[in-house]
Design a protein around this ligand. Structure first.
Ligand code: DGY
Length: 324
């Protein structure tokens, strides 16, 4: 008999066929997050769950106590802050994620946000489309901020951080400093990235780019003190998780012109509330958590997550176990 799995994440025919070769599929066909009662009903009878944080919420004690057969939760994302690792360990549930396949795609988006914020691309796109560009337009009003030859501070120098550093170094001749839990000697050598403490990074960077996973240690890593340390004309970019930033402190930093602007892929609450003050600033560029959202990369992530799921349920080691 094939093991039952609950697919809580939108899936292509190709990926579904692969999983169906090994597993009996129960699929969430609705839109958006799986309702709690459906999740509780499904999790009680399956050995595997295929998901992401936004589809099923936290995989915690509350949920796991209803999941006596569960062996694996396979995330279709590199982030796994939806996993309560201690609870999963105590229930002998393996968690997996999809690192590496999305590195270059997320780095593209991070750089896109950086350029858009520096050169005011969203704001000036509106300006043109609403007919404000006239013969009397004063070009001084359209000035932005150079990216090439400036100083980039990357907080979180994992594989995605490295892909961003590569673009910064070889595409834009930027001078790179980084802060990370551990030194990244490869990045230091390949991109002349200089390791420094967080405060020095904030005080010296023209662009501060946050790319760290969300953990207890990085929750609200950027708060009032940190925004105050940033250079007055610096740009802040967040492509990690919304909760790594104290959003109220960011709002105040933008409101009081403490920073030049911000580019955000992620928010403390997602989808972002329509009345979130961040949405009213022209110098804050926003996108809806699309770091990995290209067809090619999403397909690669989906297949990788499927392989992880199937590996565990066929008695093999998953390719990407989340290390506890
Ligand atoms: C992930 O996979 O965790 C990222 O948030 C993608 O954007």
């Amino acid at each position: 008999m094939k093991p039952k799995v609950f697919i809580a994440y939108p899936i292509t025919r190709n990926v579904e066929d692969f999983i169906a070769t090994y597993c009996e599929i129960h699929k969430w066909e609705g839109k958006g997050r799986v309702p709690t009662d459906t999740l509780l009903e499904k999790i009680a009878e399956v050995e595997g769950v295929y998901t992401s944080g936004s589809m099923t919420g936290p995989i915690n004690e509350e949920l796991l106590k209803h999941a006596p057969l569960l062996k694996v939760v396979s995330n279709v994302s590199v982030g796994y802050n939806n996993f309560d690792l201690a609870a999963m360990k105590s229930h002998h549930v393996i968690g997996t994620n999809t690192p590496n396949v999305l590195n270059e795609t997320v780095a593209d988006l991070a750089f896109g946000l950086l350029l858009a914020t520096a050169r005011r691309i969203s704001e000036l796109d509106h300006f043109v489309k609403e007919g404000s560009w006239t013969r009397t337009t004063d070009y001084v009003d359209l000035y932005g901020k150079d990216v090439h030859g400036t100083k980039l501070g990357i907080i979180g120098m994992g594989r995605i951080g490295e892909a961003i550093a590569k673009r910064a170094k070889f595409g834009f001749d930027m001078d790179i400093r980084y802060h990370n839990r551990n030194r990244n000697h490869e990045a230091e050598k390949a991109y002349a990235a200089e390791y420094c403490d967080l405060d020095s990074l904030l005080m010296t960077s023209d662009y501060v780019l946050l790319m760290t996973p969300l953990t207890k240690a990085t929750f609200h890593l950027m708060g009032e003190k940190e925004f105050n340390l940033m250079k007055e004309n610096a740009v802040f970019i967040n492509v990690s998780r919304g909760q790594t930033v104290d959003e109220q402190a960011l709002i105040e930093a933008v409101e009081n012109n403490k920073i030049y602007g911000a580019g955000l892929d992620v928010f403390e609450t997602e989808p972002v509330a329509r009345d979130n003050p961040l949405l009213k600033f022209p110098n804050v560029v926003t996108v809806p958590h699309i770091g990995s959202a290209t067809a090619k990369t999403e397909e690669a992530m989906a297949m990788r997550a499927a392989e992880n799921l199937v590996a565990v349920l066929t008695g093999k080691e998953p390719i990407d176990p989340v290390v506890t």
